[in-house]
Write a protein that binds this ligand. Structure first.
Ligand SMILES: Cc1cc2nc3c(=O)[nH]c(=O)nc-3n(C[C@H](O)[C@H](O)[C@H](O)COP(=O)(O)OP(=O)(O)OC[C@H]3O[C@@H](n4cnc5c(N)ncnc54)[C@H](O)[C@@H]3O)c2cc1C
Length: 553
C-alpha cells in the first residue's frame, strides 16, 4: 500500500490567476489532501498529493463545486521505501546538479513515485536557460533583426548601431532568462511535491553518501548531473592576461570596439557573428584547417565565406605563441599563413570548448571513474562503475547539447530506480550551429562513413537551385547528402541554409528510420519551402536539378 497518491488533474474554465486560486482552495478543502499545486503559468493543470483513500471522483466533484470542470490525467502511488531500494531512507533518488539533465531525471523519478532531492550549488536551471542556449539565441536573433533591417540585401555591415541599444538588448535578454527560469524550472518543480530542492554544493563522501552543507544523506540512488565548464588550452600568458568566456561575453555591459575570438566551433562562430552584427570589429582564429571542424568541409568553407562577407576576419591553421595584455588591449602573438603576426583587440573571447565539471566531486571515494577530460565514465545504461550511481548530461562528455542532457537525465533516473535497462542511444542525433545562415547536420559525414569502411555516394546541391532560396533572395547555403552506395540508404545530411535547424528534422527522421534516397525523391515536399532542398539534393544523385521544371519534376 502506498503512503500517498499523486493525482494530476486537467481543469477546464480557468482563465486567470483568480481561477487558479479558487481551484486551489477547493482542493485544499477536501479531507485527506496533503499538498495542492495549481501553477498559474500552465493553464488547466493542477496536482495534488493525497492520502490513498481520496478518490478521483471526490477531487473532480470538489472542482466542479467551485464552478470548473475537471478530469483526472494521472494517478500514481507515491510510497517511501516501498517501490524503490532505499529501504525507508530519506530520498529514493538524489540528483547532483539543477540543470536540464537533473530536472529531467528528477521529474522522471517523481513520475515513477520516487521521493527526489535536487542539489544545486549555483542558479537553478543550469547552463541552458541561464548562460547558454536561451541567452545566446535571443541575442543572436536580436543581432539578426538589427542586421537585416539595416542591410536587407546582405551587403556587409559597416556601421554601428547606437551603443545604448546593446544595453537594452541585454536587459531584454535578462528578462527572458528570468521568465523562462521561473516558468520552466522553479514553477515546474512546484508541480511535483515529491521533489525537494537543496541549495548547496554536493560531494560524494562514500559509495552511497552525499554530503551537502555539512549534512550527510544516504539516498537509494544517486544521479550525477553536474554539467560542464569552459575549458582553456595551455597558451603561454593566457591565464595572466585574462579573457572572456561565453558567459561573460553574453553579459558584457558595453560593446567593445574590437573582439578577437579564439576557437571557431559553434560558440565561437555564433558569438563572433553576433558581435560583428552589433558593429564590433571581429577576428576569429582557429587552430584547425577549417571552421566548424567537426562538420563537413563544405560547411566550414561556406560559413567562412558568409562570415567573411560580413567583414569578419577568419584565420585557420593558426598557431598561437603567446597572449599578453598591454594597457587596454589584448595582443595575441601567432603564426598566420606561415607568417608571424600580432593580433590586437579590445576584448578576447575564448571559445575553445567545454569540459565536464567533475573536479572535487569526490568520485574516487565513491568508486566512480572519470576519463582523461574529467568525463564521468558510464555504461550504455548511464550507470557508473558504482552500481548505485548514474550520470547524465554534459558531465559524461560530448556531445554537449541540452536535448541530449534532458534525454539522458530521464533515462538514467528510470534505469536507476526501476532497473529498466534502457539503452542510451545517440544514433541519428541532429545538431545546429546558430549562425546566419544556420548549419545543421545529422548522421555521418562522408569522411566518417568512409572511415567505417562503408562505400558511399554523395550529392551536393547549392541553394541557387532551391526555389525557396531564390524567392527569398538569399541563396547562401547548400545541402550535402551521404548515402550508402549499395542500398541508397541515407547515412547523413548536412545543410547550410536559412533555418537549416528546422529543415534537418526531416533528414533526422530519414536517417533514424533507415530511409533511402529514393524514398526522399518519392515523398511530397511542399513547393517553396526550404525542406524541398532535401528532395532536390536526393534527386541530384540521379539528375542535374538545374534542368528540372518547377516542383522538382
Ligand atoms: C553559450 C552556450 C550556448 C549553448 N547553446 C546551445 C543550444 O543552442 N542548443 C543546445 O542544445 N545546447 C546548447 N548549449 C549546451 C547546453 O547548454 C548544455 O549541453 C546543457 O545545458 C547541459 O545541461 P546539464 O544538465 O548537463 O548541465 P548544466 O545545465 O550545466 O547543469 C549542471 C548544474 O550542476 C550544478 N553543479 C555542479 N556541480 C555541483 C555540485 N557539486 N553540487 C551541486 N550542484 C552542482 C551547476 O551549478 C549547474 O547548475 C550551449 C552552451 C553554451 C555554454
Amino acid at each position: 500500500m502506498a503512503d500517498r497518491v499523486q493525482v494530476g488533474l486537467q481543469v477546464e474554465g480557468m482563465t486567470c490567476h483568480g481561477c487558479a486560486r479558487h481551484v486551489e482552495s477547493a482542493l485544499k478543502g477536501v479531507a485527506g489532501i496533503r499538498e495542492v499545486t495549481v501553477p498559474t503559468w500552465q493553464a488547466g493543470r493542477a496536482t495534488v498529493l493525497a492520502d490513498p483513500g481520496v478518490t478521483d471522483d471526490t477531487l473532480t466533484r470538489a472542482i466542479e463545486a467551485a464552478g470548473y470542470r475537471a478530469r483526472v490525467r494521472e494517478r500514481r502511488a507515491v510510497g517511501e521505501g516501498q517501490r524503490f531500494p532505499s529501504g525507508g531512507e530519506q530520498y529514493d533518488l538524489m540528483v547532483v546538479g539543477g540543470g536540464s539533465a537533473a530536472f529531467a531525471g528528477a521529474i522522471k523519478g517523481a513520475e515513477l513515485g520516487a521521493k527526489v532531492a535536487i542539489v544545486e550549488a549555483g542558479t537553478i536551471g543550469g547552463t541552458c536557460v541561464n548562460i547558454g542556449c536561451v541567452p545566446s539565441k535571443t541575442l543572436i536573433k536580436a543581432a539578426e533583426l538589427c542586421y537585416r533591417s539595416a542591410y536587407p540585401k546582405f551587403e556587409g555591415l559597416t556601421a554601428c548601431p547606437p551603443p545604448s541599444d546593446w544595453q537594452r538588448v541585454i536587459q531584454q535578454k535578462d528578462e527572458l532568462v528570468a521568465a523562462l527560469r521561473q516558468g520552466k524550472y522553479v514553477d515546474v518543480m512546484k508541480i511535483y511535491p515529491t521533489i525537494t530542492l537543496i541549495q548547496g554544493r554536493a560531494k560524494l563522501t562514500g559509495r552511497r553518501t552525499v554530503t551537502v552543507n555539512g549534512r550527510s544523506y544516504t539516498p537509494g540512488k544517486i544521479l550525477l548531473a553536474t554539467g560542464s565548464l569552459p575549458w582553456a588550452p595551455p597558451i603561454p600568458g593566457l591565464a595572466e592576461a585574462g579573457y572572456l568566456d561565453s558567459t561573460e561575453a553574453l553579459s558584457l555591459p558595453e560593446l567593445p570596439v574590437s573582439l578577437l575570438v579564439i576557437g571557431a566551433g559553434a560558440i565561437g562562430l555564433e558569438l563572433g557573428q553576433l558581435f560583428a552584427r552589433f558593429g564590433v570589429r571581429v577576428m576569429i582564429i582557429e587552430g584547425g584547417p577549417h571552421v566548424a571542424g567537426a562538420e563537413e568541409p563544405e560547411i566550414g568553407k561556406a560559413l567562412t565565406e558568409y562570415l567573411a562577407g560580413e567583414k569578419i576576419r577568419i584565420c585557420t591553421n593558426v598557431k598561437i605563441a603567446r597572449v599578453e595584455r598591454a594597457g587596454t588591449e589584448y595582443r595575441v602573438h601567432a603564426v598566420i599563413d606561415g607568417k608571424p603576426e600580432t593580433c590586437v583587440a579590445e576584448q578576447l573571447l575564448l571559445a575553445t570548448g567545454r569540459r565536464p565539471n567533475t573536479a572535487d566531486l569526490g568520485q574516487t571515494e565513491a568508486g566512480v571513474q572519470t576519463g582523461s577530460r574529467g568525463e564521468i565514465v558510464a555504461n550504455e545504461h548511464l550507470q557508473t562503475a558504482n552500481p548505485d550511481i548514474y550520470a547524465a548530461g554534459d558531465c559524461v562528455g560530448d556531445p554537449m547539447y541540452v536535448y541530449v542532457a534532458a534525454y539522458a537525465g530521464g533515462l538514467a533516473a528510470e534505469n536507476a530506480l526501476t532497473g529498466a535497462g534502457r539503452v542510451y542511444d545517440l544514433s541519428a542525433l541532429p545538431h545546429v550551429i546558430f549562425t546566419d545562415p544556420q548549419a545543421a547536420s545529422v548522421g555521418l559525414t562522408e569522411a566518417a562513413a568512409r572511415a567505417k569502411g562503408k562505400p558511399v555516394e554523395t550529392s551536393v546541391l547549392h541553394l541557387k537551385n532551391v526555389p525557396r532560396a531564390l524567392a527569398s533572395r538569399d541563396t547562401r547555403g547548400l545541402f550535402k547528402l551521404v548515402a550508402e552506395q549499395e542500398t541508397g540508404k541515407l547515412l547523413g545530411a548536412h545543410i547550410v541554409a536559412d533555418e537549416a535547424g528546422e529543415v534537418i528534422q526531416a533528414a533526422t527522421l530519414a536517417v533514424k528510420f533507415g530511409l533511402r534516397v529514393q524514398d526522399l525523391v518519392e515523398t511530397f515536399h511542399p513547393y517553396l519551402t526550404m525542406v524541398e532542398g532535401l528532395k532536390l539534393a536526393a534527386l541530384t544523385f540521379q539528375k542535374d536539378v538545374s534542368r528540372l521544371s518547377c516542383c522538382a519534376s
